[in-house]
Design a protein around this ligand. Sequence first.
Ligand code: AMP
Length: 430
Amino acid sequence: MERYNLGFNNLGLDERLLKAVHNMGYDAPTPIQEQAIPAIIAGKDVVGCAQTGTGKTAAFTLPTLQRVRPGNRRPVALIVTPTRELAVQIEGVAKQAARSTQHKVAVVYGGVGYGPQASALRKGVDILVATPGRLLDLCNQRDCKLDRVEVLVLDEADRMLDMGFWPDVKRIIDLLPSARQNLLFSATMTPEVMRVAGDMLHDPVRIDVSPPNKPIDKIAQSVYPVNSQQKFDLLLSLINEHDLNKVLVFTRTKHRADRVAKVLGNAGISGAAIHGNRSQSQRQQALDGFKRGKHKVLVATDIVARGIDVENITHVINFDLPNVPEDYVHRIGRTARAGKSGTAFSLFAPEEHDQLRDIEKTIGAVLACEDQAGFVYAGDRLVPDPNRESNPKRGTARVTPGSGNRKSRPGSNSRRNRFQGKGGGGSSAS
Ligand code: AMP
């Protein structure tokens, strides 16, 4: 018997799925795949704590294809995910694998016409990937029936809760047969996720491949204190001086994402914005342009960022600090994928000191402050005290930036205050 991919051979995948893995070019399973695939094949419910980038999509897709037979009219496996980008990505993985298994895969999400999605469903679907709102609409219009679903996957459960999708998810669950296998994946296991997981899972196998709220060790992180007006100039300076070619920039609002993209464009740096107000085709175009290298910079808000799986992003820049500290971890996790290292810069304005404090408390570490060499800083920025503590009860680790930075450490002599004003006029530049 022909055998594919030695690393995957002992997980219980059948010949068709091993062939699929081989065609996908994977040599060895990732930790989440190693643990989830046998449990799912055994028919167990699974709750998996894993971020995007860990290989979780294949971890639930491959065994799900093995669990359900192809050739159905109505979906027998349903994968619910919060964003269109994630839905498209999961569809891609499922379709790739389904070439070896002959399952029919369809995807439905909002922001585009109903017609093609309804007609795809009419043609017969085995595996359906969906965002909650559109799926519910299609069910309400009787274009989709979920009474044959044997396996339910809830992907990014924490994000679906954050985005207020849970009432829709519950309505969807009410449309499913009660005897089914449930797989729930979440980047973080918050008490709320645990509560909803507890409600729907039966004796689940628990898999945790990412210690919650700990950024990946391979990411060099630093904070750049600057006043809010100078953030645009500092961003340009960081991109130019470090000669950044694949950088993801995060802003707090859609409006600011557009503004940053515009400022970049005016400065001759090709960039595109991706956020919830842009149409699906605009979002896809921006993402494709970034993947292909047409855009050096992709400017994103947190909600759509979940779906961004782009290889070789070298830098993440937080133009604004996120309000939800866990988002910091997700944002910077877009770099340093697949064992590579990465760098995260955070621009820090005085009005963001609560956010910085919360982030440091969440990650249990103090972020090193840096100055951009040669940048002339205005006088009204706020430089965090280098001796501040992230969480006095737990002790304080320090996250240092990567080597090779041509920068000085601002404010290194003060022990007085946790945060202190810093003089301008380029005083802090090395
Ligand atoms: P995910 O966490 O599902 O978003 O996967 C992140 C990336 O890892 C995707 O680009 C996959 O193609 C890739 N990937 C998934 N599993 C493996 C594997 N076993 N070996 C190598 N790459 C993988």
